[in-house]
Design a protein around this ligand. Structure first.
Ligand SMILES: O=P(O)(O)O[C@@H]1C[C@H](O)[C@@H](CO)O1
Ligand SMILES: Nc1nc2[nH]cnc2c(=O)[nH]1
Length: 315
């Protein structure tokens, strides 16, 4: 660590009375955002909205319009919630929206936090803990992703059946630090992370609406730089079907907190696997996600309706 970073870290630890061993970025965040602090953030929100959501929807890049579908919507800007992070990325507005969607009480996160913005994984996933404390049972994660598998096309919807996260594999994990059992257990099995029951329900919606979907493995890289050709080839050969910079760590914290997870990618571009391939461009990615969001919105609405008729899946 350089000298300035060390000084900042020292003064932070002194201010919050953290022992020396909390030098890890994730551990510091987790030590700071205690269960009690998260509870008081959740209580502040409950007092504002007087509404108990059962499902949380996290909107990916360019997918924030999902939030505008909610009936009797109540908006809370992230800036109104003390100690909640702020969004910094184009296509991520920064509101929690509460309301009903297909008869299901929902909270929608219109804009997410990414590790490349400088936030720890633990801070990026703080909202998931808040959703748990608000009473949510399910989280629906959405994202914009680059297609690696050449059987995918721009505009396709990919239901995530599993993930591979390069940051998470290398000890950048939101659960690092002293564990509070009130959130979840120390060690978390994640081999069945993306609920089969919820995926089956989503597949039924796809058939009924005649909106084809693919199923595959989502890969997470740290970003904000996109992949080199060699990176893409490595990711593809490792079994990733598409690649993005979010979602996996959120899914892990959801599972840790006992929430069921459904996750979908919109393929907004093809990740470069040849030196002549097109450069990924974030403003294009946001435009394409927004333009293709209608099908995903219809699927999510139909999924919530089915979930309402199968509330046993929430147990
Ligand atoms: O929030 P998501 O995962 O949808 O955002 C994607 C991944 C990067 O943040 C960005 C790259 O263009 O879009
Ligand atoms: N290539 C590529 N395309 C994307 N589209 C959205 N996210 C990504 C990413 O991480 N890589």
């Amino acid at each position: 660590m350089d000298e300035t970073a060390e000084k900042v870290s020292q003064s932070f630890m002194k201010e919050f009375n953290l022992p020396r061993e909390f030098i890890n970025h994730e551990a510091i965040t987790n030590a700071y955002y205690t269960y009690e602090k998260c509870e008081s953030m959740a209580n502040m929100i409950k007092n504002r909205v007087n509404f108990e959501p059962k499902v949380a929807i996290v909107c990916g890049s360019g997918l924030g319009d999902i939030g505008n579908l909610l009936e009797n919507a109540v908006f809370i800007a992230y800036s109104e919630i003390p100690e909640f992070p702020r969004t910094t990325v184009l296509g991520h507005k920064g509101n929690l929206i509460f309301g009903n969607l297909s008869g299901m009480p929902v909270v929608c996160m219109q804009g997410r936090f990414h590790p490349f913005e400088g936030y720890s994984m633990a801070l990026c996933t703080l909202p998931i803990k808040i959703f748990k404390l608000l009473g949510c049972k399910v989280v629906v994660l959405t994202n914009a992703a680059g297609g690696l598998n050449r059987s995918l096309n721009v505009g396709d919807i990919m239901l995530i059946k599993d993930h591979m996260s390069l940051p998470l594999l290398s000890l950048k994990n939101p659960l690092i630090g002293v564990n509070d059992d009130r959130f979840g257990p120390r060690f978390v099995p994640i081999n069945k992370l993306y609920s089969k029951n919820l995926r089956d329900l989503f597949k039924e919606c796809s058939k009924e609406l005649n909106i084809p979907i693919n199923e595959g493995v989502y890969g997470t890289i740290g970003g904000p730089s996109y992949e080199t050709v060699a990176d893409s080839k490595f990711c593809l050969a490792s079994g990733m079907d598409c690649v993005g910079m979010s979602t996996s760590h959120e899914a892990i914290v959801a599972a840790y907190c006992g929430l069921k997870v459904l996750a979908c990618s919109i393929i907004t571009d093809m990740a470069p696997i040849d030196y002549d391939d097109h450069d990924p461009d974030h403003s294009e990615i946001v435009k394409i996600a927004a333009a293709k969001a209608k099908h995903l919105e219809r699927l999510i609405c139909s999924f919530l309706k089915k979930l309402k008729d199968n509330l046993n899946l929430l147990d």
